[in-house]
Design a protein around this ligand. Structure first.
Ligand code: CP
Length: 332
C-alpha cells in the first residue's frame, strides 16, 4: 500500500541547502510527509517503490554516524540505488577535485547528492555547478562546516511537534513554546538551522552559552541571548543541548570541560527550573558528563534523543521524496 503523500506540485525546491528561507507551509509539508513515511516504517513491510531505480549518492567528507546511516536507510526504504562515496579510498587522493568527483557521480546517473563537508559552502557550490550544467541533480546539505544542518533541524522539528500531537505534527503546535538552546552556539550548524526553523514555526527561542561561544550577532536571528544558564531554563518547555567540541578548550574558549559542565551542563536538578513537563534534546554525538549528565541522557522521562534518531529516517525519506517530485523554479 502506498502512503498518503503530499501532492508533489506543492514542493518548489530542487535543493535543500539551508532553512533560512523555508516558510511555515514548506515546514508543514515536510512534517506531513514525514508522518506518512513514519507510518510506512511502522509496518511489517517497511519499503515503498517511490525512488525505484533512481540513484542517491552519499558524499560524506566528514565523519558521521546518524546522518549518513539514516540517509542510507531512508534511500533504501524508498527503493533507491545507493552510492556510498568514501573520500579516503577515492580519486580525491590522486588530486581530483570535489566538483569533478560530483560530475563523475552525475555521469553515472546520480540524481540526488547528500553532502557533508567540514567546509561551509561545499554543498552550495556543488548545487550551483549542477544547476549550471543543467544536470537536474538534487543536492541536500547533510551538514557543512559552521553553516547549516537542515535535515537535523527538520527531524528536531518533527520530534518536537509529535511530542505535542503525534498524529498531526505541525508548526502551529510550537507557537509561543519556550525553547532553550544551550552550548557552543557560535560553531554549531545545528543551532543555526534550528534557529531558522523554530523561529519560523513561532517558538520563543532562547540561546545560552559562555560569551566566547555565544556572540551578540545571534540576537539578529530574533532569539533572546543569555550568558548564564538559569534565565534560559526558567519555565522552558524544551531544552536543546549542543555538542561541545573538545578542541574549544585548546582554543582557550572555555576554561575546562569540568568548568563548562559546572556552568552549562544539564542535570536533573537544573531541569527543575523548567516547566514540569520539560523535555531534553541533543543532536548527538554526546559527550556524556559535559553537555549533560549521563543519567539525564538515559532518562526516558525527559530525554528525546532516541526519538530524534528514529525520526531522522522518516524525515530524510520525506526530503528525498519531496526533492524527487520537483519539476520547476526555486533553487535551494
Ligand atoms: N547529529 C549529527 O549530525 O550526527 P552525526 O555527526 O553522527 O551525523
Amino acid at each position: 500500500m502506498t502512503p498518503t503523500l503530499t501532492p508533489p506540485q506543492k514542493w518548489q525546491r530542487r535543493h535543500v541547502l539551508s532553512l533560512q528561507d523555508f516558510t511555515v507551509a514548506e515546514l508543514d509539508i515536510v512534517l506531513q510527509t514525514a508522518l506518512s513515511f513514519q507510518e510506512v516504517l511502522n509496518r511489517r513491510t517497511k519499503k515503498v517503490p517511490t525512488l525505484q531505480a533512481r540513484v542517491v549518492a552519499n558524499l560524506f567528507f566528514e565523519n558521521s554516524t546518524r546522518t549518513r546511516n539514516s540517509f542510507e536507510l531512508a534511500a533504501k526504504r524508498l527503493s533507491a540505488d545507493i552510492l556510498n562515496f568514501s573520500p579516503g579510498t577515492s580519486a580525491l587522493n590522486k588530486g581530483e577535485t570535489i566538483l569533478d568527483t560530483a560530475k563523475t557521480l552525475w555521469a553515472m546517473g546520480a540524481e540526488f547528492m547528500v553532502i557533508r563537508h567540514q567546509q561551509s559552502g561545499v554543498p552550495q557550490t556543488i548545487a550551483a555547478e549542477m544547476d549550471r550544467l543543467g544536470a537536474q541533480v538534487a543536492v541536500l546539505n547533510a551538514g557543512d562546516g559552521l553553516h547549516e544542518h537542515p535535515s537535523q533541524a527538520l527531524l528536531d522539528l518533527f520530534t518536537l511537534c509529535q511530542l505535542y500531537d503525534p498524529h498531526q505534527p505541525r508548526c502551529a503546535l510550537l507557537q509561543g513554546k519556550k525553547i532553550a538552546i544551550v552550548g557552543d552556539i557560535r560553531h554549531s550548524r545545528v543551532a543555526r538551522s534550528n534557529l531558522y526553523s523554530l523561529k519560523t514555526a513561532g517558538a520563543d527561542v532562547h540561546l545560552a552559552g559562555p560569551p566566547t561561544l555565544l556572540p551578540l550577532e545571534f540576537a539578529e536571528y530574533g532569539a533572546t541571548l543569555h550568558w548564564t544558564l538559569e534565565p534560559a531554563l526558567a519555565d522552558a518547555d524544551i531544552v536543546m543541548t549542543l555538542r561541545l567540541q573538545r578542541e574549544r578548550m585548546d582554543q582557550h574558549l572555555i576554561p575546562s570541560l569540568r568548568e563548562y559542565h559546572r556552568q552549562f551542563g544539564m542535570t536533573h536538578e537544573r531541569l527543575r527550573l523548567c516547566k514540569p513537563h520539560v523535555h531534553l534534546m541533543h543532536p548527538g554525538p554526546v559527550n556524556r558528563g559535559v553537555e549533560l549528565s549521563s543519567a539525564l541522557l538515559d532518562d526516558p522521562q525527559f530525554s528525546l534523543v532516541h526519538q530524534q534518531v528514529s525520526s531522522g529516517v522518516a524525515v530524510r525519506m520525506a526530503l528525498l521524496y519531496l526533492m524527487g517530485t520537483y519539476h520547476g523554479a526555486k533553487g535551494g
